[in-house]
Design a protein around this ligand. Structure first.
Ligand code: FES
Length: 185
């Protein structure tokens, strides 16, 4: 690993990241869709994150070795890759627990209880609402989100970069937390 790579992002995992053959297959296919390799950076970062997510031995995070692998795959500088990854909230540049819960606290959601939903979620999973973060048991990472374009269904949250949970009430939120806890018990 180059010196530059070790200064970008969180420390590498004990076993340096390398793309699997399945990931390389996906990357090669992605590269056929873009005129320049650099243009495939976002989807290749996604491939890397999905491989990290599928490996229980690794932290759920784009560590420096992952950033380096992505940079090498596309012929880019690790600093460039890190700069792009940290711009987008869907990439795990900070440690993430088993479930990432992002509560919209922008205006439309806050007007109908979004802040209360965020506060209750933090209280239920034991996270300081002032900072957000990851619960002590590693099950939940909670953070505020800017408008997620579901204002008509406010208040809402996004779970694990995927499903929207909309028209939330405290009861719906409690049921969601309980189901997630049961699933990871
Ligand atoms: S303000 Fe919450 S989805 Fe738009």
């Amino acid at each position: 690993m180059t010196e530059a790579a070790t200064t970008l992002g969180p420390p590498s995992a004990p076993t340096p990241f390398a793309f699997s053959e399945a990931s390389w297959t996906r990357i090669r296919k992605l590269l056929t869709r873009y005129p320049q390799q650099q243009a495939a950076l976002l989807p290749v970062l996604w491939v890397a994150q999905e491989q990290v997510d599928a490996d229980a031995s690794r932290p759920r995070q784009l560590t420096a070795d992952v950033i380096k692998a992505v940079a090498d795959a596309l012929g880019l500088a690790p600093a460039y890759v890190w700069g792009v990854a940290t711009f987008y909230t869907m990439y795990f540049t900070q440690p993430v627990g088993k479930h990432l819960v992002e509560v919209c606290t922008s205006v439309a959601c806050c007007l109908v209880g979004g802040e209360e939903i965020y506060q209750r979620l933090c209280q239920r999973v034991g996270i300081d609402p002032a900072s957000g973060g990851t619960s002590a048991d590693g099950r939940f990472t909670v953070r505020r989100a800017e408008c997620l374009a579901a204002c008509g269904y406010a208040p809402m949250l996004q779970l694990d970069n995927g499903a929207f949970h909309e028209n939330l009430t405290e009861e719906k939120l409690d049921a969601l937390i309980d189901s997630l806890r049961e699933a990871t018990a």
